[in-house]
Ligand binder design. Sequence first.
Ligand code: MRU
Length: 340
Amino acid sequence: MAVTTGSSAAAAQVAPMASIEWTGEGLRILDQRRVPDERRFVDLGSVDAVIDAIATLAVRGANVLGTAGAFGYVLGVRAGLDPDEVAARVIGARPTAVNLRVAVGLAHDARRRGEDPLDVALALLAEDRDACAAIGELGRVELAGASRILTHCNTGVLATTGRGTALGIVYAKAAAGEPVEVLATETRPLRQGARLTVWELQEAGVPVTLIIDAAAAAALTAGLVDAVVVGADRIAANGDTANKIGTLALAIAAQHAGVPFYVAATWNAIDAGTPSGAAIPIEQRAAGEVIGSGEGAPSADTSVWNPAFDVTPASLIAGIVTERGVLHAPFGPAIAELAR
Ligand code: MRU
């Protein structure tokens, strides 16, 4: 594993901000566990290294997980490993984001047809960039007039290979010269909001205010938010949406406050084979992420329930912004229509 490190300021001058990049020999990722303290690029030269990066959230966010997984598959088959086993292992690295299964499946299918799976991975990288741009523009129009956006987790440059999904809409508003400011939830326990969303918005010059997760309902009822916009790890055929734990609480609070709750996701997050949210597998993560360490940490043997995602029922969702169009209820027929 090769590593390039540098302070954020120094690295910013030499490296474009890209969540992942194919070097010709392997996958270079920005290690998101270190952001914002360090901009550290890591070269992953094997499928095992990619799986480890996915499982430990060095690379994370549904879209970039998918693309990284496809490159991981390429590395595995190039090393002569059994392609079925490689695909199953990469897909198993994180169970909720369907993008991972879709992307690895596409690479695996291409190889079975005798094509180079690397072409698939490279195409996914470019398609994600274009899809994010389309979502940004469609969302900007759909959410015209909403300038105070509350978002959860991280759905931007770090989570995609473009400008992001939910944050892509924020960036599109900013690029169009429209007023926009973000209320970013901290996103316990791994603090993707505090560490990643705040950092990338600050880098982009978009006004951002950090709140603890527990302050979101108060912000919504206090009238501080025009719209909630979040990403998705999997959208069932009826519109039920799995996203970072805490999203459901935001949707319930938004409904109570009369604030529209939107999901922004690329089409490959829609899983037509999963009828409703009840069938979406929810990743359970280690207790240590919640317990933490050091002063004030509960004892290491404390019983913990740590689901990484929850499911928001379609009934709480005002719209789903995809690159193919904006979906409104009833989502089942709307999804089926755009799938054609
Ligand atoms: O556990 P993470 O950090 O991978 O969770 C990420 C999210 O929940 C995002 O909202 C989702 O993947 C969409 S990213 C475009």
